[in-house]
Design a protein. Structure first.
Length: 299
């Protein structure tokens, strides 16, 4: 049984886009995934997003994706939302992933803008609609033009919001003006997908976060959100500023790389990366330690 959702917070408010732990030989580490998932939920996450970019989805097989969802649902699915990444740049493949995620017990789907092929807005509309039609699960759009090459235009978001199962958007567009209009016109539950903009997006109507730095600072993210919800702008700003070194340090290079390094420093499951991603150099690891320490993270 999934946690209780509301139209305003369909997947809760604080979610971490979880890495996919691997064993030393590069195999899927399901025990580690369950341990990490429990740690993150204990830290205050309402939900976890699996098989996204931070989960190294480009280099995990369809079977591994389903196994991961099933394992995490078994570990924490009674107390946290488990949202499964199902978006690719191939609509047919995305539908297969969506159905497999539902069969594995996922509570929702994350559907990224199709990347590399740069489809027009009509293509985006049909792609996301097909995913939403493929299962009974609620869908979170994922708008990240820096990776996908194309934005989801506001008009397209408004049209997609008419679908009863498209209920949320993860915003990594980095445009507060467009976000403001899209939130106002679509009515979708809006989640910040860019940690540096968590507080600014709350100020224009976002309801929560899908975070990478949540791997190491979930309690602080929860405190920031609670302060904002309680109208304590000063406290929310103080927490935001305290976390600036973490926001910066975790994205000095590709976020999965730094996240797995940070987890390793804390003795938590993460393991190696799959090529083309590579581990931090010793110098980069020392910089990450300094960044995390400056943001108050205990190592």
């Amino acid at each position: 049984m999934a946690p209780t959702s509301t139209p305003q917070t369909p997947f809760g408010r604080v979610l971490t886009a979880m890495v996919t732990p691997f064993t030393a030989d590069g195999a899927l580490d399901l025990d580690g995934a369950q341990q990490l998932a429990a740690h993150l939920v204990d830290a205050g996450n309402d939900g976890l997003v699996l098989n996204g970019t931070t989960g190294e989805s480009p280099t995990t097989s369809d079977a591994e994706k389903a196994q991961l969802v099933r394992a995490v649902v078994d570990a924490v699915g009674d107390r946290a939302f488990v949202v499964a990444g199902a978006g690719t740049n191939d609509t047919h493949h995305s539908l297969e992933l969506a159905r497999a995620a539902q069969d594995a017990g996922a509570h929702g789907l994350l559907a990224v803008t199709p990347y590399y092929s740069k489809p027009p807005q009509e293509g985006l509309l049909r792609h996301f609609t097909a995913i939403a039609d493929a299962t009974d699960l609620p869908v979170m759009l994922y708008d990240i033009p820096g990776r996908s090459g194309v934005p989801i235009n506001t008009e397209t978001i408004v049209r997609l919001a008419e679908h009863p199962r498209i209920v949320a958007n993860k915003d990594a567009k980095g445009d507060l003006g467009r976000a403001s209009w899209a939130i106002a016109r679509s009515g979708l539950a809006w989640y910040s997908g860019d940690d540096m903009l968590n507080l600014p997006l709350l100020s224009v109507g976002a309801i929560g976060f899908v975070s990478v730095v949540g791997h190491v600072v979930t309690p602080e993210l929860r405190a920031l959100l609670d302060a904002h919800l309680n109208g304590d702008v000063t406290k929310a700003t103080e927490i935001h500023q305290k976390l600036l070194p973490v926001f910066t340090g975790m994205f000095r290079t590709q976020g999965v790389i730094t996240t797995k390094a940070a987890l390793g420093l804390q003795g938590l499951p993460g393991g190696p990366l799959r090529l083309p991603l590579v581990e931090l150099s010793p110098e980069e690891t020392e910089q990450l330690k300094r960044d995390l320490a400056a943001g108050g993270v205990q190592l």
